[in-house]
Write a protein that binds this ligand. Structure first.
Ligand code: GAR
Length: 222
């Protein structure tokens, strides 16, 4: 796509939609050159639907339980996205596995966010799993969706310190605050045409500022 034109997004949600809100806010602050053409929720009670409507964004409920198969549901979603000329699909707390119907309709054009440093802790309830394991860092990951679970090429990660006595809620909130920073950034890098996927890796074009000398140590050395 041309680097100077806003990218058309379709955002898929299942719940609270705080990442959707962070993307809306980044667009409104003009930090992100994007248009949200459509929000789709697979649940009618998703709070994120209200967020979309409040900002005048077209929002649809497509309930997966009304479809006979994952593929049939995905076909309906793909049709809705294509009808609005969506280029990049953003999964923002969308709690459904995608079938090949969806992944093949938008190859390397579906992003997801996950509240852990992948490939550690894929799947569900991962903040508690990180606390239980006793890791000193967890974080969040934005990646391109491939067919495997939480397995696609990684675009950007934020490392968040973990305390052994963290509650799930405390760690989740700390991670979520960073999700809201890195998701709009990943989309903006895409919009600028700077993400190049080669095999498992995403290369960021023209990036002179990769922080190879920034090391985080937890607990600190002193
Ligand atoms: C976020 O923490 C996101 O990383 C997670 O769900 C939450 C959605 O919050 N996604 C996954 O766990 C996907 N595997 P939100 O609805 O407030 O954006």
């Amino acid at each position: 796509m041309a680097a100077d034109s806003a990218v058309n997004l379709g955002v898929l949600i299942s719940g609270f939609g705080s990442n959707l809100q962070a993307i809306i806010d980044a667009i409104e602050r003009r930090e992100l050159a994007a248009r949200i053409k459509l929000v789709v929720s697979n649940r009618a009670d998703a709070v994120g639907l209200e967020r979309a409507r409040r900002h005048g964004i077209d929002a649809l409920v497509i309930e997966n339980r009304k479809f006979p198969s994952r593929e049939a549901f995905d076909r309906e979603v793909v049709t809705a996205l294509k009808a609005r000329d969506v280029e990049l699909v953003i999964l923002a707390g969308f709690m459904r596995l995608l079938s090949p119907v969806m992944v093949q309709a938008f190859p390397n054009r579906i992003m997801n966010i996950h509240p852990a440093l992948l490939p550690s802790f894929p799947g569900l309830h991962v903040q508690q799993a990180a606390i239980d394991h006793g890791v000193r860092f967890s974080g969040c990951t934005v990646f391109f969706v491939s067919q495997g679970l939480d397995d696609g090429p990684i675009i950007i990660q934020a490392a968040v310190p973990v305390r052994p006595d963290d509650t799930e809620q405390e760690l989740s909130e700390r991670i979520l605050a960073q999700e809201h920073r890195i998701y709009p950034r990943a989309i903006q890098l895409y919009q600028e045409g700077r993400l190049e996927v080669r095999g498992r890796k995403v290369y960021i074009k023209d990036d002179a500022s990769q922080p190879i000398d920034q090391v985080l140590i937890n607990p600190p050395l002193r």
